[in-house]
Design a protein around this ligand. Structure first.
Ligand code: G3H
Length: 541
């Protein structure tokens, strides 16, 4: 649907939602997974509202999708107990299992997960407003990630399946699990980003407590049985509810060994401080970012516009990797803005399931109000919205706003808007955007657009020490998943990629012995008679 004249017809009436995408009855999820059992909660529930509104005789209303349990400290600590006992100080069934056997369990889970694709994709659309192709992509990318993780682990294990002899010492070095991992993902990739920590943590022999993000909870429900049936009891446990009530006690217990959290740095700091022995806590954090695009005077504008539209507005700008501020050289800014606004205004707004839709309603409560405040602040300091009807709101939807000229002192210059508002700053000297990147609290990625090899290489050499990925004539992004994904300053802690993730959820541990007749005979017997799961030269095929 192209809405040229306002947003009045944007949201559907109940009867106009295509049959295959409807959710006719609210999903009342009372189940949660603890110690291998599906437990039933009969306490207070959290209502789940969709970002999708429905037109009715009572006006525009957010569709009620269902509800999930608001568990308490008691259930949360029961999940912890289950995870700790499944780990059994590293002697539980799961951590003690051979790599090959753990791989079989993970593959079984992936098989069961694939059977739930339709349901999970539908919920991704309804719960967070992700359009159909992106929701399908999120699911398929996650399944691919699982298979790639299995391949990476086989490689890692093959490398470790040999003895090393150094200075008269024989050793075998492997990676061992760390213990209980608390996994919390973000609402914008509730499935993918959660699983990019949960799966590697799991496959390496850790046990898991998993709390879905505040938005994007119900979509995990179709996978609960797969978790229960694919792993020994207590290896994966799920908790739901208010973070303060259920996460605080977990951290304060001191029994969480790894915190895998994608969210804000302020919450990450609170959680870390709650741990009584912070030196025992390993953290894998994906945090805020304010990635800049720098469009140089000699940039190929077609390419720059195309990548900046994708970079700033894919999933309505709700990606940690989104381009959140565009610096454009003053010589090209008028032509850039003309083309950029034309492309932005051409994007199709609508419901997530509608063909070709690129812009959809926003799931966070109060988000359109927050974004309007940012625009107002910029307006009051001399900027304007330069695209057609940019910033127009209907219910939970906001038409993207291109705001120009943005400068320091405006909130949009520094705050991570995480939505469809694109600040554009003109610059005369390259030092200006470079200073922005250097002085920013964030350090995830940057995109530079230009064609002069001398200028581009000069910028690359400086920027690689400010951020963790410099994209040339390309938008910022996390993928491909085999590339490292991390950030400096307030943007991340730890590095994720298919292979890096296997490392971050483990510690290297080794068996060593001085070479002499007694030890050579002993080690030889253990290997030949396959007496140890650790000390073995077995090779996974
Ligand atoms: O929200 C942050 C995601 O990691 C971004 O992933 O660049 O593939 O959209 P993406």
């Amino acid at each position: 649907m192209t809405l040229i004249n306002g947003l009045s017809g944007l949201f559907p009436q109940e009867g106009n939602i295509p049959e295959e995408f409807t959710i006719s009855d609210p999903i009342v999820q009372r189940r949660y997974l603890c110690n291998g059992e599906m437990r039933i909660w009969d306490g207070p529930m959290q209502e789940v509202l969709s970002p999708v509104c429905v037109e009715s005789e009572h006006g525009l209303q957010q569709r009620v999708l269902g509800s999930y349990p608001l568990l308490t400290e008691k259930e949360s600590l029961a999940a912890l107990e289950a995870a700790c006992s499944a780990y059994g100080n590293g002697c539980g069934t799961w951590p003690a299992m051979s790599v090959e056997e753990r791989i079989r369990h993970i593959e079984d889970f992936a098989f069961r997960m694939k059977e739930q694709r339709r349901e999970v994709v539908k919920l991704l659309m309804w719960e967070i407003g992700k359009n159909l192709p992106d929701a399908e992509k999120e699911f398929d990318r996650t399944v691919d990630y699982i298979h790639d993780t299995v391949d990476a682990l086989k490689d890692l294990d093959r490398t470790a399946s040999r003895m090393v002899i150094e200075q008269g010492v024989i050793g075998q070095i492997r990676r061992a699990p760390l213990g209980v991992v608390l996994c919390m993902g973000p609402y914008n990739y509730p499935l993918n980003e959660t699983f990019t920590t949960l799966i590697p943590a799991l496959i390496m022999g850790n046990t898991i407590i998993f709390k879905p993000p505040k938005l994007g909870v119900l979509l995990h429900q179709p996978l609960l049985e797969a978790f229960r049936d694919s792993f020994p009891p207590g290896v994966v446990n799920t908790i739901y509810g208010d973070g303060q009530s259920i996460i605080g006690p977990l951290m304060a217990s001191g029994r969480i060994d790894v915190l895998a959290f994608i969210g804000s740095s302020s919450v990450a700091d609170i959680l870390k401080k709650q741990h009584p022995k912070p030196h025992r806590l390993r953290c894998i954090l994906g945090l805020e970012a304010k990635n800049a695009a720098i469009v140089l005077p000699d940039a190929n504008l077609d390419l720059a516009v195309q990548e900046c539209v994708l970079g700033s507005l894919s999933f309505n700008g709700q990606r940690c990797t989104a381009l959140k501020i565009l610096f454009v050289h003053r010589k090209r800014v008028d032509s850039f803005l003309g083309r950029f606004c034309e492309e932005v205004d051409r994007l199709i707004c609508g419901m997530p399931w509608e063909a070709g839709v690129q812009l959809t309603p926003l799931p966070e409560a109060g988000k359109t109000g927050y974004l309007s405040d940012l625009i107002e602040d910029a307006r009051s300091r001399g900027a304007r919205v330069v695209n057609h009807r940019g910033g127009e709101i209907r219910g939970t939807f906001m038409r993207p706003a291109v705001v120009y000229p943005v400068s320091s002192g405006m909130r949009l210059y520094a705050e991570e808007q995480f939505g469809p508002v694109i600040p554009v700053c003109p610059f005369d000297e390259t030092e200006e955007p470079m200073r922005y990147v250097t002085e920013s609290d964030y350090g995830q990625q940057v995109s530079i657009f230009g064609t002069d090899p001398d200028v581009i290489s000069g910028l690359i050499d400086v920027l690689v020490n400010q951020v963790c990925r410099v994209n040339v004539n390309s938008q910022c992004q996390r993928g491909p998943d085999r590339f490292p994904f991390t950030g400096r300053k307030d943007s991340a802690e730890g590095t994720l990629s298919v292979s890096d993730a296997l490392r971050v959820f483990t510690i290297r541990t080794l068996v060593a012995t001085k070479q002499n007749q007694t030890n050579n005979t002993l080690i030889g017997t253990i290997l030949r008679e396959r007496k140890s799961r650790f000390l073995t030269t077995d090779f996974i095929l």
